[in-house]
Design a protein around this ligand. Structure first.
Ligand SMILES: [Zn+2]
Ligand SMILES: [Zn+2]
Length: 1008
């Protein structure tokens, strides 16, 4: 028997059309001793690099292919979408195919699917091989009369026959193709349109498609594909199927299968270029880098930002030689340009993220704000000459300014060479349960019950619902969606469309390969991460009218700041959770190292030593030498850099070698560790004054400690950079509390954030007021004179940013009457009448009078005054309106009107009236269990949640929007129903025991 090459093949990258991972197919091909494999995903080449690399690893030839969608013409858009399979004969073919696929996703091509026009297909070069594909082929669906039909017949390299036994349509199509093959002198080829590894995966595919409501039904509503066996075949199985189909003769069958080898032989085994691809800046990046380092070094020395001297010069030379060996000059220059551009354009960048804080050159170049000679960070953790890896510097930006930076990169390097990065979504365990539930038409309660049980005990639940979970393993982790990586962007020296393939989303390109593939081919990705704390610092500085601080400008020994840091966790980066803040308080930090230490032990894996470390309890290591090495962290091994120090300072390794051994250890690479062991022991013994046997034992037991903790050790370089942010937050919160909290509130997103913001204003004794004319602008603003934060207008319905700004801009203008104000607004701004009415009803203009008076006056004003009137008329009318204003009594809008306005425009009630504080407005009533009400005290503005005994409620029913006079409250222990009766639980409930309900009319009379 001969060889068969499966070339028409779909993995789960043909999203929702397969549940099989591509590796399973490659393994299968290997098992069948097949020599090559091609993937023909629907319209995409997602992660083709991974496929190629895996084929290389297994020892099978990878053929680059795709099943594209064809359309007769791109305009007008018609959903004809024919199928056709394309394969690359060589590297030029790969590029041609990638380019075509990239283009097919552009807006002018895309219609439900990425599409290629007949004309584009017909003009493909000889570097692309084509087969006519499945029943969706134009050769099957298109009329033979169509003007393209003969052209297409001439274009295809192979006519694809498929062996589906139960499909008459397929049999007819095969016959037709046989006929044409003779007439046009073309070869037939045996395709399978494989979608599943085996029948189990085929069942899972059906479940997935049922859950996603993808149906392939014929006119009699039978599942169309039930007639099709789309599982992976061996040569023998495929041969058998064609025999059973009884369309092709034996010789035709063997030829068709043999032709899969012809196809494979036509295709070269391509080689990937995996060299590092840093974006190119100039022809002499090294020289330019050198010059910039010199220039910036001198500048920093002159302005006393660095102390300079031999130490600095030596370190710069060392680092430079490493960058040169790693060919990283361009990269460092690129990062420096990028980050300086950000700073020049008022986009602040975090001091440092990740290991780059260890590089002095990065500091000199303003890539980081961390001077390694001041903060004792380690260079070899970032780069070393023994590790050929792409440079990787991530940066933190204000989330709302990230787009600006992406746009800059597109503008500077062009959309041919810059792209976002693919991310593929898979089904989670819970998601799998949902999908199966949907497919099997379980009701939602049942599915959520299964999920709950699954949470408690996976194995038991799987056993209990055996039929249900039958599909589980076949579905979990299946790729089902594609999106964009949240932070990464690629900048490449070579164009991306042809070399790798991209797809378009809203005109911006996204790579067809993901983060890992990008890494494999040596492309440089840049992670721009959004960090809201950078926005808070930025906005605080703006409010305080100071410059965004650089690290060298800040006093890190300020006792007052260290003390104040512990007054509240609000706004203090990394310390906002209860656990971290409690540890911080216990530890009482006095330095960045202290914050870094607290930070390092917060992570879940620090549990074993966390408490001891926070109590500053010393850990005993196998020897005094090691105790000494770890003395800054009380003998506990916290940082990766400490492992480097052990190998470098005690065992005599070079920095680069040390970091590589550390990595091998973290990877649990036994062979490598075995190889390194003699040198570690030798170095250690030389340092130790103990006998060789004892010293070796000590070293070995410490290596064990390193191995055990390597998975959770923290990077000190990173931790220092981040702890600096922690301190800056505390620093600004101490010196500019009002400005800081306003910035904090303006960057808040959740209700919890707003509550925390309100909480810290109390701690800091700052008042918080509702929106007010002359004080409020768009967002929260701090007024230094009154030490008050005023809410912003932006959140009010119908009020936009320009209206808010216009009002804020006239805050110093004097007005004798409200009429004068209205005239001014009408003449000089674009604020509309609805906006003024809304603001009047919210008491925004209370300095001119109460809301009802202003409202009535404004209605009159609008009826009498217009910008279009002539000057003379205006004068007369203003006089008349002022008289009207004076005649009006100073009154508020009615209680309920005001409540309605606040609810409508603000979404909450905040006004207060002078009245007995027992008067409350009912916000909500919940009768699900014991009646529960949410009430708003009209005198204090506080919201109270309370319960009412059911019997009492039934006697005197409270409704939403009632006003109640609450006579008596009490506190009661909470109870919980259990299997054996009732049980006390934590917490208390407030009960309203006695109350009077006021109807609207009566309430209005009592509360003015
Ligand atoms: Zn197809
Ligand atoms: Zn197909």
């Amino acid at each position: 028997m001969g060889n068969y090459v499966c070339y028409h093949l779909h993995s789960d990258f043909s999203l929702l059309d397969s549940t099989t991972d591509f590796k399973k197919y490659v393994d299968k091909a290997k098992e069948f001793n097949q020599t090559a494999i091609a993937f023909s995903e629907h319209g995409n080449i997602y992660n083709w690099i991974s496929k190629k690399l895996y084929c290389d690893k297994v020892g099978i030839k990878y053929i680059h292919g795709c099943e594209v969608y064809l359309t007769e013409k791109l305009f007008p858009k018609i959903k004809d979408n024919y199928h056709t399979c394309l394969y690359a004969r060589n590297m030029a073919g790969v590029k041609e195919l990638n380019y075509l696929i990239s283009k097919s996703t552009q807006e002018d091509h895309f219609y439900y699917k990425p599409r290629v026009s007949f004309d584009e297909f017909l003009s493909l070069s000889n570097n692309i091989i084509s087969t006519s594909a499945c029943l969706q082929s134009p050769l099957n669906r298109l009329s033979e009369e169509n003007k393209y039909y003969t052209k297409l017949l001439n274009k295809y390299t192979f006519y694809e026959v498929q062996p589906h036994i139960n499909s008459d349509e397929q049999k007819d199509f095969n016959k037709k193709l046989l006929k044409f093959s003779k007439k046009y002198n073309k070869q037939i080829i045996a395709g399978t349109d494989t979608h599943n590894l085996n029948t189990y995966k085929a069942e899972c595919r059906k479940i997935l498609q049922k859950a996603k409501k993808i149906h392939f039904k014929d006119d009699n509503s039978n599942f169309l594909e039930d007639k099709f066996d789309l599982t992976y075949k061996s040569y023998e199985e495929l041969y058998r199927m064609f025999i059973d189909q009884k369309v092709l003769s034996e010789i035709e069958i063997s030829t068709a299968i043999e032709n899969t080898n012809i196809l494979s032989n036509l295709c070269e085994n391509i080689t990937l270029d995996t060299s590092f691809k840093y974006p190119k800046l100039s022809d002499n990046d090294e020289k330019i880098l050198q010059e910039i380092i010199n220039k910036k070094y001198k500048e920093k020395l002159k302005s006393k930002i660095i102390s300079g001297g031999e130490k600095y010069i030596k370190r710069i030379r060392e680092e430079f030689s490493v960058f040169k060996k790693l060919n990283m000059q361009t990269y460092m220059l690129f990062m420096s340009n990028l980050i300086c551009w950000c700073r020049d354009n008022d986009i602040p960048v975090g001091p440092s993220r990740g290991s780059v804080a260890g590089s002095l050159i990065a500091y000199i170049l303003d890539i980081t704000d961390v001077d390694p000679l001041v903060w004792n960070t380690v260079f070899s953790r970032f780069a070393n000459e023994n590790r050929q890896e792409l440079g990787d510097i991530d940066i933190d930006l204000p989330p709302d300014q990230r787009e600006q930076v992406y746009k800059h990169m597109f503008d500077e390097f062009g959309k041919e060479k810059v792209a976002y990065i693919l991310a593929i979504g898979t089904i989670s365990e819970k998601g799998t349960i949902d999908e199966i539930g949907r497919a099997l038409e379980y009701d939602l309660d049942k599915v959520s019950k299964i999920k709950q049980e699954y949470d408690k005990n996976k194995e038991i639940t799987k056993e209990k619902y055996k039929d249900f979970f039958y599909y589980f393993d076949g579905l979990v982790d299946t790729k089902i969606s594609r999106s964009q990586h949240p932070a990464g962007i690629v900048v490449s020296p070579i164009e991306l469309l042809g070399n790798y393939g991209i797809f378009y989303k809203d005109e911006y390109p996204i790579m067809q390969i993901d983060m890992d593939d990008i890494h494999e081919v040596g492309l440089n990705k840049f992670d721009l991460l959004g960090l809201v704390n950078i926005s808070i610092i930025r906005d605080c500085c703006k409010n305080a009218n100071i410059k965004y601080p650089r690290i060298y400008q800040i006093d890190f020994k300020d006792e007052k700041v260290w003390k104040d840091m512990l007054c509240s966790p609000v706004g203090v980066f990394q310390m906002e959770s209860d656990m971290s803040f409690n540890l911080l308080k216990k530890y009482e930090p006095k330095s960045i190292d202290d914050v870094s230490l607290v930070n390092a032990c917060i992570r879940p894996s620090g549990e074993s030593y966390r408490e001891k470390l926070i109590r500053r309890e010393k850990n005993k290591n196998p020897s005094e030498i090691i105790d000494e090495l770890l003395k800054d962290t009380y003998g506990w091994l916290l940082y990766q850099e400490q492992v480097i120090a052990f190998l470098q300072e005690i065992c005599g390794f070079s920095g680069g070698h040390a970091d590589n051994v550390r990595r091998a250890c973290a990877r649990k690479d036994k062979d490598r560790m075995e190889k390194e062991l003699p040198q570690i022991l030798d170095g250690y013994c030389k340092k130790s004054d103990k006998s060789k046997d004892i010293a070796e034992e000590e070293a070995k037991s410490f290596i064990k400690i390193i191995e055990d903790s390597s998975s959770y050790m923290f990077g000190k370089n990173h931790s220092i950079g981040y702890s600096l942010i922690t301190y800056i937050c505390a620093y600004l919160r101490y010196y500019y509390p009002g400005e800081f909290i306003a910035a904090y509130l303006n960057n808040s997103e959740t209700m919890e954030d707003f509550q925390k913001g309100a909480e810290i204003t109390k701690t800091k004794k700052i008042s918080m007021e509702k929106q007010k004319f002359r004080k409020s602008t768009e967002s929260y603003i701090y007024d230094k004179d009154t030490n008050t934060i005023y809410k912003g207008l932006e959140s009010i319905k119908y009020i936009n940013s320009s209206c808010a700004k216009d009002l804020y801009n006239i805050r110093f203008v004097e007005f004798d009457t409200f009429t004068d104000f209205c005239v001014y607004i009408t003449e000089n701004t674009s604020i509309n009448t609805r906006q003024i009415k809304v603001l009047i009803s919210l008491d925004f203009f209370e300095e001119f009078g109460k809301s009802k008076k202003l409202y009535d006056m404004y209605l009159y004003f609008c009826s009498r005054y217009s910008k279009a009137h002539i000057e003379k008329t205006k004068e007369l009318r203003i006089k008349e309106i002022k008289e009207y204003e004076n005649s009006l009594p100073d009154e508020n809008l009615g209680l309920f009107e005001q409540i309605e306005c606040e609810k409508e425009y603000c979404g909450y009630i905040s006004f207060i009236r002078k009245c007995d504080k027992r008067f409350c407005y009912v916000l909500d009533v919940d009768l699900k269990y014991t009646p529960r009400i949410s009430i708003y005290s009209l005198a204090t503005g506080k919201t109270i949640e309370c319960k009412i005994q059911k019997s009492m409620y039934l006697r005197n029913k409270i409704k939403k929007d009632d006003v109640v006079f609450c006579k008596n409250f009490s506190r009661k222990q909470n109870w919980k129903k259990t299997e054996i009766g009732f049980e006390k639980t934590e917490g208390f409930s407030i009960f309203l025991n006695d109350y009077i309900i006021y109807d609207k009319e009566k309430a209005v009379k009592v509360i003015k």
